[in-house]
Structure formats: C-alpha cells, structure tokens
Write a protein that binds this ligand. Structure first.
Ligand code: DGP
Length: 139
C-alpha cells in the first residue's frame, strides 16, 4: 500500500502538528502518546516514510530499536517501574491506527494493558508534559 503523506505522524515530522518531544536524532523522533495506555506512554517513530515495520530499511529498523532501548530505559527510570512493554502494530488488521511505523513504550504490565483501551482517551497536555519532563531527566 502507498504511504499516506498526510497521516498525523508525517505532519508531526514536518512540524505541521505539535508534539511533546522527548528525543530526536537523524533517523528517529520520540514523543508522548496523547492517548496513553499508562502514565509515561511514549512513542518512537522513524523519519522514513514507512507505514509498517516491513516497509522500513534495515538501517531505519535498527535506528528505531536503538532509540526504543534508550526511551524504554528512561521511561522505566522516570516512572520508577520494574518493567515496560514495547509494542508495535503492523496494519489495520493488528489495530494500527496511525499509518506511519512507530514503537510504543508503555510502562505497565500486559494484564493492565489489556484492561486499558488502545488509542481512545486523550490525556491533558499538562499531565503529558509533567511525565515528559521526568523522562527527559533520564535521557
Ligand atoms: P497505533 O494504533 O499503534 O497506530 O498507535 C497510534 C498511537 O498514537 C495511539 O496510541 C494514539 C497516538 N496518537 C494518535 N494521534 C496522536 C497525535 O496526534 N499525537 C500523539 N502524540 N499521539 C497520537
């Protein structure tokens, strides 16, 4: 399927929509999920115009994993949790709602994640900022 240049994350990458940024490098961008499934829910996106993991170059995939490691460590430390979930959905069939490849870092358990609806409830920006500030301290 062809890449939709007007998806929300493409607009964030072009600076046309805001995000609460955590980290950025040449290949990736990380920011807070506005509909978190737990406090501290973060996203890592590739800068490549790719819809799913399968569409990424090997270098782009490696860069995403590298940034995901960095963010997951910081999220766990900032939220003071013993572990986190890394989640990545490929295609509508899997429940992917934004057609630009991304990884979720969710500081929660699988049982709690199952009990919390995906991409449903927006969080207040000031609360997202509060968690972002804490996470940035560990980056
Ligand atoms: P997925 O369903 O795997 O494609 O996850 C998309 C996630 O992106 C979901 O958890 C909600 C979040 N999200 C949707 N729109 C926006 C947005 O405009 N900004 C941010 N920061 N997150 C968004």
């Amino acid at each position: 399927m062809s890449y939709d240049q007007d998806n929300i994350f493409a607009k964030i990458l072009r600076g046309e929509l805001p995000c609460i940024k955590l980290y950025e490098d040449e290949h990736t961008l990380s920011f807070m999920d506005i509909m978190p499934q737990a406090d501290g829910h973060a996203l890592i996106i590739s800068k490549e115009p790719a819809e799913t993991l399968h569409d990424l170059s090997p270098e782009g995939a490696a860069a995403c994993i590298h940034t995901t490691q960095k963010i997951a460590k910081a999220v766990e430390a900032a939220l003071d949790v013993p572990g986190s979930l890394v989640m990545q959905l490929n295609g509508k069939g899997a429940g992917q709602t934004v057609p630009h490849v991304h990884f979720h870092v969710v500081p929660t358990s699988i049982a709690q994640l199952r009990a919390t609806p995906h991409a449903t409830t927006p969080e207040k920006p000031e609360r997202l900022e509060e968690f972002a500030r804490k996470i940035r301290e560990y980056l």
